[in-house]
Write a protein that binds this ligand. Structure first.
Ligand code: SF4
Length: 474
């Protein structure tokens, strides 16, 4: 038996004469074409959506939008690769009617339409609502760290900068000593010449001055500065630190579609819950929904914002108590008495209110016991010389109510992992989008919206036939 043989390249063939004949009725590009065609691009404020009366005709933003949606859906994000697709990919040839914009035009389109591109993601959410693809009952919030366009050695904190400055001081002292020595003694043929030393000293001083300038530019909260992309920060992950951004999503439980997204450069999820959850609520126009998130989102003021707006959070409390780690009584073994505003300790004594402070953006009330020194349980309660102290957040009653809910309805929180792992797993493993291409928080937010839109497009194309989607866009 012989191998299968391809066509003779010199043979004359009868290719279909129309581009239309290459694209089947169920090809998803037909939906991309119709979806973009259904959008009011001037109303969404796309640049050049209306042509000027003079000058060279620009590319229609609809064509470039179709190219980006197609590219993100097919794991092609860079403007140079998208340019190449315009020349060789029959689906793109069909989609753009054989237009071949260059990479700069493609890149400028994304840069010049940051907000309109985010609005397109919202338009797709509206279409999904029309198709009843959202349940609107349970939302799962989660975040993941993505690398940015900023090398590790281009991110500095105070310690790193001071170490570089001190190291430069030591080298400078060495060079100056060598320079002095060369003035008084006959230099050996292998020694560095005074002019070379002077050049090294000048370069080192210049770098040291730059490090001193960076020291003055450290941001107030995280005490860091990044050089290539000033908005990025060194963020902790389970696999180590990453220089990048913290991308957030709210996922609807019905079909694991993303209903809201955001990006921050904060290292933790402590302050991310309410923004994303409330954006999801607005996008779906919900009156009420349950919200699940992991212990990293446990923050009374964020929970309070959600509750005020009709959302019901389910978030576990991570037991980070130093006392529990030492085998001592944790806070959960002290019972709060709302009527008396005191805590009852395991020995039956009261911890009474002493004072309030404001720490890390949280209002904290301090409660202290009396006579712990004579308590028979002291060795199991505290290692401090004085009396046992507890703190209580301003909205801690909401956290206590949430803990009771978690116990009553544990099945809701159990869904969290499967809901949020699907989008992040698909984005990172299937699409391979593990890093951002653009620089700056505003641009990265748009890039993230395009990424979540690509995920939603892929998901919807798996759930709904192209025929039905075409009918929905009308
Ligand atoms: S040590 Fe103090 S707070 Fe702890 S159980 Fe005894 S009396 Fe209560």
């Amino acid at each position: 038996m012989n191998h299968r043989v391809g066509l003779d390249r010199g043979q004359t063939l009868l290719f279909p004469e129309r581009l239309e004949d290459y694209i089947g009725a169920e090809n998803p590009v037909r939906f991309l074409d119709a979806f973009v065609g259904s959008l009011d691009l001037p109303a969404l404020e796309f640049a050049k959506a209306r042509c000027a009366n003079t000058g060279r005709p620009p590319y229609d933003p609809a064509a470039l939008l179709k190219l980006y949606l197609y590219g993100y859906l097919h794991r092609v994000r860079s403007s140079r690769l998208l340019e190449a697709e315009c020349h060789r990919n029959v689906e793109v040839l069909w989609l753009l009617g054989k237009l071949t914009p260059d990479f700069k035009t493609i890149a400028d389109f994304r840069k010049d339409n940051l907000q309109p591109l985010k609005a397109v993601a919202r338009q797709f959410t509206l279409l999904c609502r029309k198709l009843e693809l959202f349940g609107g009952e349970l939302l799962a919030i989660d975040g993941s760290k993505f690398a940015a366009v900023n090398a590790r050695d281009q991110n500095f904190n105070a310690g790193k900068l001071q170490e570089l400055i001190d190291r430069a001081d030591a080298r400078l002292a060495e060079y100056l000593q060598q320079l002095d020595a060369s003035d008084t003694t006959e230099p050996s043929p292998s020694a560095v010449s005074p002019s070379e030393l002077a050049a090294k000293i000048a370069a080192l001083r210049e770098k040291q001055d730059w490090h001193r300038e960076l020291l003055a530019q450290l941001d107030a909260e995280q005490k860091q500065v990044s050089v290539t992309d000033p908005d990025t920060r060194k963020l902790p992950t389970a696999q180590g630190n990453v220089i990048g951004y913290n991308a957030q999503v709210a996922v609807d439980a019905k079909h694991k579609l993303i209903v809201a997204d955001d990006v921050t450069n904060e290292g933790t999820d402590l302050r991310q819950l309410a923004n994303v959850a409330l954006a999801a609520k607005n996008n779906l126009e919900l009156q009420h929904a349950d919200v699940v998130a992991d212990a990293g989102y446990y923050n009374a003021s964020e929970v309070s914002r959600c509750v005020e707006c009709g959302l019901t959070p389910f978030i576990p409390k991570a037991d980070t108590s130093a006392n529990t780690a030492l085998g001592l009584y944790g806070k959960n073994q002290f019972k709060y008495d709302l009527t008396k505003d005191v805590y009852h300790c395991p020995a039956g004594s009261e911890l009474t209110y002493r004072f309030s402070t404001y720490e890390l953006g949280r209002e904290l009330k301090y409660y202290r016991a009396k006579h712990c020194q004579t308590c028979p349980l002291k060795s199991r309660c505290t290692r401090n010389q004085g009396n046992r102290t507890l703190t209580r957040e301003a909205n801690e009653h909401l956290m206590e109510a949430m803990a009771a809910r978690m116990q009553r309805e544990p099945h809701k929180f159990k869904l969290r992992k499967t809901l949020v792992e699907h989008p992040f797993g698909t984005i990172k493993r299937y699409f391979g989008y593990t890093h951002f291409l653009l620089k700056g928080l505003t641009k990265v937010r748009t890039e993230w919206s395009l990424t979540t839109l690509a995920y939603n497009l892929k998901r919807v194309l798996n759930l709904v036939s192209v025929e039905k989607l075409l009918l929905a866009v009308g």
